[in-house]
Ligand binder design. Structure first.
Ligand code: PXP
Length: 262
């Protein structure tokens, strides 16, 4: 059984939704970056997280980037203070950000690759290439009782290495599937994700997934890929929220997830 919830589960769905609210912080920073907590600064990240939770999200995901382009350091304790579910902090494996994560102590962390000039996380973390630098970080989080996930491409060597490193969770990068422009590529990427989920599950890893998932591509993904525990979705939910409101956007995504069985 997975630990980490601070209160009762808020949805009956087997498959959990973590909502990435970085874009809410992006909007706030666009206007209020000099004073993100001024009395008139909006939108409120804490209020957005509360709406997502009340609509059924099981965790709130944020990414503290080295350049602080959306989330600010002070958002972490402010968010944590109000959350009823759990905080999932995405981070690059740098001493500065790892130290912040250990201090702020979110329930979950997800190690991601980070490049300064990318618009968003572009690929999975190459855990095979970075095995030696990842090992002490994974150990430090384990010692701090923070559950570590590795955001990886859905390939066997990445999964085998994640398991060998002792990470309890992997998040499979779904970007290549989401960006597939034709049916052949889509089918190939779905098969790649299916095989990766099966292997990760066989190795005893909790299997999460995310990146580029949206209301259109989610049904085929869920029909093809077994063993999923949690999806982390941000851009499409916040984009839909512009038209429908955040609660309706979260509920609609959960509706698509509700029939999923392992
Ligand atoms: N999971 C991880 C590890 C990510 O880096 C991101 C993007 O920040 C997401 C999920 C959410 O991706 P999207 O915003 O495309 O839904």
């Amino acid at each position: 059984m997975l630990a980490g919830f601070r209160s009762r589960p808020m949805s009956t769905s087997l498959l959990h939704l973590g909502v990435n609210v970085d874009h809410v912080a992006t909007l706030r920073q666009a206007r209020y970056s000099p004073h993100p907590y001024a009395f008139n600064a909006e939108p409120s990240l804490e209020a957005a997280a509360r709406v997502c939770e009340e609509a059924g999200a099981r965790s709130i995901t944020v990414h503290l980037r080295a350049d602080r382009r959306h989330l600010q350091d002070a958002d972490l304790p402010r968010l944590r203070a109000g959350l009823k579910t759990k905080l999932n902090l995405e981070l690059g494996n740098t001493p500065e950000i790892v130290a912040i994560a250990l201090r702020e102590h979110p329930e979950d962390v997800c190690l991601v690759p980070e490049h300064r000039r990318e618009v968003t996380t572009e690929g999975g973390l190459d855990v095979v290439a970075h095995r030696d630098t990842l090992a002490p970080t994974i150990q430090a989080f384990a010692k701090g009782q923070i559950r570590v996930s590795l955001f990886i491409d859905p390939d066997a060597p990445q999964i085998e290495t994640a398991a060998a490193l002792g990470a309890p969770v992997v998040e499979l990068h779904t970007g290549a599937y989401a960006n597939s422009g034709n049916e052949g590529d889509r089918r190939r990427e779905l098969e790649r994700l299916r095989a990766a989920a099966a292997l990760a599950f066989a190795r005893g890893l909790v299997v999460n997934a995310g990146h580029g998932l949206n209301y259109a591509n989610l049904p085929a993904f869920l029909a093809a890929v077994p063993h999923l525990h949690e999806l982390n979705i941000g851009h499409s939910i916040v984009s839909r929220a512009v038209f429908t409101g955040l609660a309706a956007a979260v509920r609609e995504m959960l509706g698509l997830m509700s029939g999923y069985s392992l």
